[in-house]
Ligand binder design. Sequence first.
Ligand SMILES: *Cc1c(COP(=O)(O)O)cnc(C)c1O
Length: 434
Amino acid sequence: MKYFSLQNKEHVVSFEDAVVQGLAPDKGLYFPERIPAFDQHFLDAIEKQNDLDIAYTAIQPFVGNEIPEAELRRIIADTLSFPFPVEKVAGNIYSLELFHGPTLAFKDVGARFMAGCLGYFRRNDTRPVTVLVATSGDTGGAVAHGFYNVPGVRVVILYPSGKVSTLQEKQLTTLNGNITALEIAGTFDDCQRMVKTAFLDAELQAHCLLTSANSINVARWLPQMFYYLLAYKQLKATHPDVVFSVPSGNFGNICAGMMAAAMGLPIAHFIASTNVNDTVPRFMQSGKYEPHQALPTLSNAMDVADPSNFVRILQLFANSLPALQQKLTSYSFNDKETAATMEKVWQEHGYMLDPHGAVGYLGLQQYLQQSQQTGVAGVFLETAHPVKFADTAPASLQDKIVTPDRVKSLYNLEKKAVQLPDDYNALKSWLTAN
Ligand SMILES: *Cc1c(COP(=O)(O)O)cnc(C)c1O
């Protein structure tokens, strides 16, 4: 498969180049040259296939012959080494739980798949490569765990001091080995600015080989299709009609689902549920794309005002708003509604939501009410384990959130981070000296 830049269709690269570069030199996102179609027999018998074969069938056309079959299967097995259960919450409402991975959020899948691809592509290159990434919380942990112990790769993560949750900080700062956490005295935007400056700094690049593990990388974006295929497989016998509500920030996850649908997976409708950062819900009404300043919310992994992957969704629909409206509805919810939903769903159904999942639940509920569909199964994506956001959960739920055994020990590990000021030169000196 070849990929073109969404800024310039003439700029075409291989899968390997798209993965290694992340973004095209013209700053365009890479997009596959054609959309593969699932074989009807594959979809008809999907419930009889194992998860790894399903994932291989879905991703193989996007990789082509650039990674040999055995190697790609190994990467997939590594990526999907935990379950993706669909749990009934109430009536026809189901939760697709994406938090059973090592860092308790769905970003584990994309990060692990990308780490596997990058590790393979760099197999004959002995120069060490530095993966440089800024995080507001979930990305950093997923990238750190995904790349942990990958030979020839060191990971440097910038995070804003005091602005990530306790558990998120532990996930970033306790692995050590080839992972270093830089604790920046600034905001997430400051961290992001420092990383962007590093990628434009030729003098630094002459000194160390930098790559990004940004969420726009095709190797992080595309494997997210697996969620939708695996959920469809679980529901197909009882619920052939499914709609998905996806709590959305940068719109990578939902865009992967819409790609699976474009390939033929029969998904009736998508709901993009956002917090008050509502650029897309407003666009779906007005056709005007007008980002405001990003606002902080309880579902902070979705505090994105200008979602980078939305251009990929538009591309899937040939930039036609009416065509997109047939397949996608988008709603926005505030923190008050989010917290009230977490409390209500716990009281009425005994199911503990995290704030992101709560936004997804709200969007699903609103869509099912408005569209008055019967016989449809509604699935919201529960994108993180509630314990990740326990610090800000409603007081009535605080002591009800259960910490999974596999992360309990993290709280006792010592945090190791390098403190740096919000200053690009400090980052540059550190990268050149270490
Ligand atoms: C990153 C993240 C999101 C948003 O996903 P996008 O693909 O950026 O839309 C939602 N929920 C959680 C918990 C996340 O970490």
